[in-house]
Design a protein around this ligand. Structure first.
Ligand code: SF4
Length: 242
């Protein structure tokens, strides 16, 4: 007979929760939605705490790759990104975890990797005789397939991030690793520094920085994932009211 006792050693009844349990039928019916909302709120609170304690990085390559000039302006003016929804906060956390797993796997494979968690990038040694800047990005399946077929040049926002990181780090080569969020497949690509892209991006950032008032935004499908969405709406409301 199979011994199932290890599965029942930590029964739920033995581990009281800090959450008040549902007491009425009505509360029980809403318990799952309540649980989801609690998780979102907890993630949101954690992400907000993280963004408050993190020193503002004014020229963050991820920010420099933002297509929307309004979002870029918020970032350049020290407005802290706020996750509008708990699920977006979860997505950011999953991105950080995915990067850490890829770094761990590269180390397992024998490469030396110096990783800076606060900047979310690092250096890899052993790929060729010279070190490479290391950029890791989890991407949706559609983007992954494009990267596999056409390379980094097919994803301009990602290319800007890699080029800017190389520019700031004064590195002339990088290893770009994309992880397929659906299948966990990895795409590896060596990238050479392109000063033209770096200078174009810096020029655009300079132009946006010079705006004295909040510029117009793109107001498109990207707004759903924008971490400046709350500030954007507040600024619009204030403009309408004023
Ligand atoms: S919510 Fe949309 S329009 Fe507003 S800053 Fe973000 S991307 Fe731009």
């Amino acid at each position: 007979m199979v011994d199932l006792s290890p599965y029942f050693q930590n029964r739920p009844a033995d581990k009281p929760s800090t959450v008040a349990p549902a007491r009425s039928e009505q509360e029980t019916a809403g318990a799952c939605q309540h649980a989801a909302n609690r998780v979102y709120s907890a993630c949101l609170a954690d992400e907000d705490r993280r963004s408050r304690t993190r020193p503002p990085v004014r020229l963050d390559p991820e920010m420099m790759s933002l297509k929307c000039g309004r979002a870029l302006w918020f970032g350049l003016n020290g407005i802290r990104p706020r996750s509008a929804y708990g699920c977006l906060a979860r997505a950011l956390e999953r991105g950080r975890l995915a990067r850490r797993i890829v770094v761990r796997d590269l180390r397992r494979a024998g490469y030396r990797v110096d990783w800076t968690g606060s900047l979310e990038c690092g250096y890899i040694y052993g790929l060729t005789r010279r070190p490479h800047l290391l950029e890791v990005q989890p991407v949706p399946d559609t983007v992954f397939q494009r990267l596999e077929k056409f390379g980094l040049g097919s994803a301009i926002d990602l290319e800007i991030v890699v080029q800017c990181r190389m520019g700031f780090a004064r590195m002339d080569r990088a290893l770009f690793v994309a992880e397929n969020k659906s299948t966990q497949e990895l795409h590896f690509e060596r990238v050479q520094f392109d000063p033209e892209i770096f200078n174009q991006v810096r020029a655009r950032v300079g132009e946006v920085m010079d705006f004295s008032a909040t510029p117009d935004g793109t107001y498109d499908e990207d707004c759903a994932h924008c971490c400046f969405r709350a500030s954007c709406r507040e600024a619009l409301a204030a403009k309408k009211a004023g």
